[in-house]
Structure formats: C-alpha cells, structure tokens
Design a protein around this ligand. Structure first.
Ligand SMILES: N[C@@H](CCC(=O)N[C@@H](CS)C(=O)NCC(=O)O)C(=O)O
Length: 236
C-alpha cells in the first residue's frame, strides 16, 4: 500500500501545503490505492519537506519525484494528449508556479504579521502552551531567513505583487478560452496551478495577491472547475 504523508488540512484546503494538495490530486488521478497520513513535523522526511510517499520501493520525496514514480509505475501520463510544445510549456508553468509564486505566498503567510497570527494558531496550537511561542517564533525566524536566502523575502510587498501579478496574468492567458491550461482536461500543470492559486486565496487575511486572484472572474471560474475535478471534497 502506498502512503502519502502530508501536512493536515487548513484554511479550507486539504493540506497546508500546495505541494501536498498537488500530490493528492496526482494519486487520485492515478487511480491507485493509497492511504494518507498527516503530520505537522517534516523533520524525519528524507529532505525534511512534505509531501513524501512511502511505497514498496522505498520512500519517494518531493512531489515532482512522486509524479515520476507514478508515471513509471502506475502506467499514467499526467500530460496525456499534450503535444511536445504543450508538454514543454507545462513544465515551465509548473516551475514558475512552484519556484516563484509559491515563495510569494510563503511571504504573505509567514512574513505578514496579520496572517502570521492565523498561521501560528493553525500550525502550532497542539504544542504545549509554555513552549509554543518559543518554538513557533523560532520556526518563523527560520522561514523568514530562507525567504531572504531565496530572494523573495528581499522584495517589498509592492515589488513582490508586481512580480507575481505578471505570472498570474500568464496563467490566465494560457488558459484563454479553454477549460484547463492545455485543453479540455486537467493535466499535470493544472494540479500545480489549481493547488497554488487555491493556497494563495486561502491565505486568511487578504493580500494584494489573494485579492487579485479572487477578483479575476476567469481565474475564479478556472479554480472552481479545477477543484471540482481534482479534489471535489474541498470544492465549495
Ligand atoms: N519541491 C518540493 C517542495 C515541498 C515543500 O516546499 N514543502 C514545504 C511545505 S509547502 C515544506 O515541507 N517545508 C518544510 C520546511 O521547509 O521546513 C515538492 O515539490 O514536494
């Protein structure tokens, strides 16, 4: 049996992490048997990040490698029907969303004091009260240092939004009049994009990014379609 290990549900999403939501979507689409284990502590994972998937062949870390594993072992092609050009565009789209927009969302959640109050409550409330503040403060400090190292944390709120807004418009323009990014059916990129935009919108206190996505009727319709197809249990 495959076991997908993810962060628990939060803010109306099936997991606090868009990478975990994407992995859930892939497992559902692959049609294989699996169970889900939730943990708030990634330290024992091979790369100290979630999601991971325990399989008969060992532990697979990273949603990208989980995709490779499923495509090689479950006979699925998440980009079925896409030509080479669209497959290339899909890969670039996934990288843009996961390696750029994602970090802006982390800034909005962990850097913004108003959002941090919600994140602290949602992620750390099971830690005993006397040490909760210390542990959550330490983890926040580490998260902000990583954002600084990665670079996104060095931009002002306005600069960050200006960068991410261009990416979001590129997503909207790629969808165009189609139901999904590359056609009538969701492909691998939709799993990343729907999970990531949903994470942005689910951020408790509105930011420029969440407002921009929420107020865009084409994107809102796309996300609704995507959630209904990919993880209907969380669709409104
Ligand atoms: N490239 C990884 C990214 C996974 C990732 O960044 N997970 C975050 C949560 S969204 C995490 O576990 N972070 C823990 C940490 O950095 O300490 C994937 O696609 O699975």
């Amino acid at each position: 049996m495959n076991t997908l290990v993810i962060y628990p549900a939060v803010f109306g999403e099936p997991s606090a992490s868009p990478f975990c939501v994407k992995a859930l979507c892939m497992l559902k689409a692959a049609g294989i048997e699996y169970e889900v284990e939730e943990t708030a502590d990634p330290r024992k994972a091979p790369k100290a990040k979630l999601p991971i998937m325990a399989t008969d062949d060992g532990v697979i870390a990273d949603s990208d490698q989980i995709r490779d594993y499923l495509e090689h072992n479950a006979g699925i092609d998440f980009d079925e029907g896409l030509d080479r050009g669209d497959r290339a565009a899909s890969r670039a789209m996934i990288r843009m969303v996961e390696e750029h927009i994602y970090f802006a969302i982390v800034c909005d959640r962990w850097g913004n004091d108003e959002n941090w109050a919600h994140v602290r409550e949602a992620f750390f409330s099971n830690i005993p009260f006397p040490v909760r503040g210390l542990i959550s403060g330490h983890i926040r400090k580490q998260a902000l240092a990583s954002l600084n190292g990665q670079g996104m944390g060095r931009h002002s709120d306005t600069e960050r939004f200006e960068r991410v807004q261009k990416d979001i418009v590129a997503i909207r323009d790629t969808i165009g009049n189609k139901p999904f990014l590359f056609g009538d059916h969701p492909s691998a990129a939709d799993m990343s994009v729907v999970a990531m935009l949903s994470a942005a919108v689910a951020t408790p206190v509105e930011t420029d990014t969440s407002r921009f996505i929420r107020n865009d009727s084409a994107l809102a319709a796309y996300m609704k379609r995507g959630r209904e197809r990919l993880y209907p249990e969380a669709a409104p």
